[in-house]
Design a protein around this ligand. Structure first.
Ligand SMILES: [Zn+2]
Length: 387
């Protein structure tokens, strides 16, 4: 298969290439060469980028206004069907790799396996299983509740048994769970330490939900691979991120979508109130971390209120407008950096790499919103039917 690109962004920060052809053999990019006049090709587009990588999503949720009540009032089967539907929607919108950082009953690992065996269409999936939280802590409706280092180790092993290939820890309160205060630390240092040590010993990466300052630092000291949200970080936390080489996944879309629907959206008032506070902290702190050199990876928290799996492009737009990334830097964060964090594939377009790519109607480097209008998605060398 030959794909002709007016301009090619390969996922790195290198200068984009103009008028090139990608030669794809099987699942792999074989060669990238100058386009020849009058040559034949299978696809052509003004702009080609790597497939997007969403490092923070919840496949079993579809953007319902009250996610935790939805979980409590639907059956496991109903949510499995949502997860399958959302995997298809994400893929058709250009997400070729996704990390599910918390689902109930092993739903996400099961969807991952169904995609691998070709039963259902979807992105490549990394899946955490249940989130590990304290009793009654943030996310408990999709959580395994743990209250000691011993239980933390056991819970990591249980997620592995369910088929999880990464682990999600809840280090602070959060927005969507009633009564959970985002600024307060939840799992303790010794619980976080035990979970991270156990997960890393088995080669599983660890993501920690952390909004409050103390919980962010606890998670980083425990050695997590990424902090999710991170909105109340301070200078000491920034130094810890850099010292440990941890990634920050700021999920800018999550509070933004809640507040865009604050009026008449049917969300609980406590969700809106907490999102307001978190949004202020996010706008105050995240750009500072990015400017200081913290590695920022794209992840939208898709599934949370009004935050749809097929709208991951919005996270790239917000990284551009709120963090001051250039469109190419935002694309880099939403492809190669997120892929590096997940450790599943590189998501760069170069010879020998998986042929995951998007055909776009205009130059995403000039206007990052071009990612909203994907014409064709290719995953592992195969065009995805965009119905
Ligand atoms: Zn989340």
């Amino acid at each position: 298969m030959i794909v002709r690109a007016g301009v090619l962004y390969d996922g790195t920060l290198d200068k984009p290439k103009s008028n090139v052809e990608l030669v794809i053999e099987g699942e792999i990019v074989k060669e990238i060469r100058a386009a020849t006049e009058g040559g034949t090709y299978d696809f052509a587009a003004p702009c080609v980028t790597p497939g997007l990588v969403n490092a923070h999503a919840h496949l079993e949720a579809s953007g319902e206004p009250d996610m935790m009540t939805m979980v409590a009032t639907t059956t496991q089967n109903q949510r499995l069907l949502r997860a399958v539907e959302n995997a298809g929607k994400a893929l058709r919108a250009g997400v070729t790799t996704i990390r599910d950082v918390g689902s109930s009953h092993g739903i996400a690992p099961d969807v991952r396996d169904a995609v691998v065996t070709g039963r259902v269409p979807g992105p490549r999936i990394r899946a955490a299983g249940w989130v590990l939280c304290m009793t009654g802590g943030h996310g408990w409706p999709i959580g395994r509740q743990i209250d000691s280092p011993h239980e933390a180790r056991k819970a990591v092993r249980e997620q592995m048994k369910l088929g999880a290939d990464c682990i999600k820890l809840i280090a602070t309160g959060g927005v969507l769970t009633k009564g959970a205060v985002p600024g307060n630390a939840q799992l303790t240092q010794d619980e976080l330490d035990a979970a991270v040590e156990e997960a890393h010993r088995h080669g599983l990466r660890v993501a920690a939900h952390a909004i409050g300052t103390q919980g962010i630092k606890n998670a980083l000291r425990a050695g997590v691979d990424s902090v999710e949200h991170g909105h109340m970080l301070d200078d000491e936390a920034i130094a810890l991120f850099k010292e440990r080489g941890a990634y920050l996944v700021p999920t800018l879309t999550a509070p933004t979508c809640i507040l865009e629907h604050a009026e008449g959206g049917g969300q609980p008032q406590f969700v809106i109130d907490k999102a307001r506070m978190v949004n202020e902290e996010m706008l105050r702190n995240i750009k500072r971390a990015y400017d200081a050199g913290v590695k920022v990876a794209g992840g939208s928290d898709a599934g949370t209120p009004f935050n749809y799996h097929e709208r991951y492009a919005y996270e790239a737009e917000l990284m551009h407008t709120l963090l001051g990334m250039t469109p190419q830097q935002a694309l880099h964060a939403a492809t190669a950096v997120a892929a590096e964090l997940i450790g599943l594939q590189r998501s760069v377009l170069a010879p020998g790499e998986s042929a995951d790519l998007l055909l776009l109607p205009r130059d995403a480097g000039a206007d990052v919103r071009a990612l909203r209008d994907v014409q064709t998605v290719v995953k592992a060398g195969r065009p995805v039917t965009c119905a």
